[in-house]
Design a protein around this ligand. Structure first.
Ligand code: ATP
Ligand code: MG
Length: 473
């Protein structure tokens, strides 16, 4: 590598800061390259181990990767191929100490964008990187052009073709750009958070933060501290001023998850925020104005809670300017095959499986079509994820389903019109899992794909546990 000089001004500066990952055995090379790229306007991240890089990939897949072919702990070409399974749009530039034409041809055949031979000049490096940027930008434009041609209400990453889901997509498109509060209702695992995020993504606030807050997981004091922050010296241990979520979300969206678990005393405080869009930090005297949009979600029946005096009516009305109600999965069974296929592809990518889109045999799908899905889409996702993790075959078969589903055989439940049959089935299913985990609530909730609070409520309904809710959801 030549002695370091300042990089020339980029021929084509990136239209937004693209993320470039540098992976090289030599830390000094990683530092030098990330420094050069940062000065050229890129976000950068560096690794001196190929395996470290792969492990961190889920955080944010890079747009471009500079990858040493000969790493101590992995083969660069192998890393590139695994990377392409997980992140097909990342452009890889391979770096090697001893290049040859045949190597270069071979690497590009396997999917590398380019091949750089050490030592190379900074200009050479930047020229290749900017070529990759141009390729990324042009394929993005093509993608956008083809997307804008399809007048569809479908949303990114949300699967649903059932009429009720299409109506929901329409509502999302309609209310996303309007700055009103939205209340999302639905059983656990029906996609409430997914909908909240897409409301944010489709709103003018999309470039600002989306901050999620679980109202069920904290005590009053902690909620105030998390949401409002505190002034220095507000209480013992408050050594410095801390910004609350309402302030860190500035300009963006605050997602109040499990709003039904919000204690009454905190409901009053938040009502004031929803009315005045200003608040005091804990221990503070100066009101702070905020510019955020509120979206709340719950799997509880707020109307009933209002009647029972467990939820403030004025707060409820403030939250539900627009309500979106997500149906349980058993009420839109026609979406099960598409959801299952979606999760199969997602999991195959996540686990680096050779087959990018595993097939689902009828023998695998049939039992799913009549399964009660108490944990809704999340439970389906877990079932598929487990199946993909355990199989190496290109098609999922009946034996890839969880054993407890096979033992109880196909269940035919056509409607859940308050049928006691379904309630019994639900109870049986919960108890089976509860028993099989040695009565461990955390593991049971996880296996069922429902929150601990929901599990606790069910167990409580069955008179199986005393009247103390779990400390955290
Ligand atoms: N329509 C959908 N299409 C694709 N994925 C979905 C859909 N609905 C839910 N999911 C997935 O199912 C999982 C559960 O969804 P999410 O966390 O949004 O549910 P939730 O209603 O917030 O559940 P909880 O009440 O337990 O918090 C997530 O991984 C989400 O991505
Ligand atoms: Mg949620």
């Amino acid at each position: 590598m030549p002695p370091q000089t300042n990089p020339p001004p980029p021929a084509q500066p990136p239209s937004r800061a693209l993320l470039v990952a540098v992976i090289d055995d030599e830390l000094v090379t990683v530092r030098r390259l990330t420094h050069i790229l940062k000065r050229a306007g890129f976000e950068t991240v560096g690794f001196s181990s190929g395996l470290d890089f792969m492990e961190n990939l889920h955080r944010q897949p890079p747009d471009i990767v500079l990858l040493d072919v000969h790493l101590a702990d992995a083969d660069g070409v192998d890393i590139m191929q695994r990377l392409h399974l997980a992140s097909p749009h990342t452009e890889v530039i391979l770096i090697t100490g001893f290049a040859s034409i045949s190597h270069a041809v071979d690497a590009t055949k396997k999917g590398a964008f380019h091949y750089l031979e050490k030592p190379f000049k900074i200009e050479e490096l930047l020229a290749v990187v900017f070529d990759a940027v141009a390729k990324i930008e042009s394929s993005k434009q093509q993608e956008q052009a083809s997307e804008s041609k399809q007048p569809t209400d479908q949303l990114d990453g949300i699967i649903g073709n059932a009429p009720v889901m299409r109506d929901i997509f329409k509502t999302i498109h309609r209310v996303a750009p309007v700055d009103c509060n939205v209340l999302i209702l639905g059983e656990s695992g029906t996609g409430k958070e997914l909908v909240a995020r897409s409301l944010h993504q489709l709103s003018p606030r999309s470039s600002k933060p989306f901050v999620s807050f679980n109202c069920g997981a904290f005590s009053d004091d902690l909620i105030a501290n998390e949401l409002f922050g505190h002034e220095k010296g507000a209480f013992t241990g408050a050594a410095a001023t801390k910004l609350g979520l309402l302030e860190t979300a500035s300009g963006g969206t605050v997602f109040l998850d499990e709003i039904g678990e919000m204690p009454l005393t905190m409901q009053i405080k938040l009502l004031r925020v929803l009315q005045e869009y200003s608040f005091l930090r804990v221990g503070g005297v100066k009101p702070i104005d905020i510019n955020v949009r509120f979206i709340a979600a719950t799997n509880r029946d707020l109307e009933k809670m209002v009647q029972a005096g467990e939820f403030r009516q004025d707060f409820y009305y403030r939250l539900k300017v627009v309500t979106i109600e997500l149906p349980p999965l058993r009420k839109r069974r026609e979406d099960i095959p598409a959801l299952a296929a979606h999760f199969a592809t997602k999991s195959a990518k996540r686990y680096g499986k050779a087959v990018a889109a595993p097939e689902l045999s009828p023998a695998f799908l049939d039992p799913l079509l009549s399964y009660p899905f108490l944990g809704n889409v999340r439970e389906l996702e877990h079932i598929i994820e487990r199946a993909i993790a355990l199989t190496n075959r290109p098609t999922l078969e009946r034996q890839d389903l969880p054993p407890d589903m096979l033992v109880s055989g196909p269940m035919s439940v056509n409607s859940d019109e308050e049928s006691s049959f379904l309630r019994d089935l639900e109870k049986e299913h919960i108890l089976d899992v509860y028993r099989s985990t040695g009565f461990n609530q955390v593991q049971t909730a996880k296996a069922l794909g429902i929150s601990r609070t929901t599990l606790w409520r069910r167990l409580h309904d069955f008179n199986l546990i005393p009247n103390t809710p779990p400390k955290s959801a």
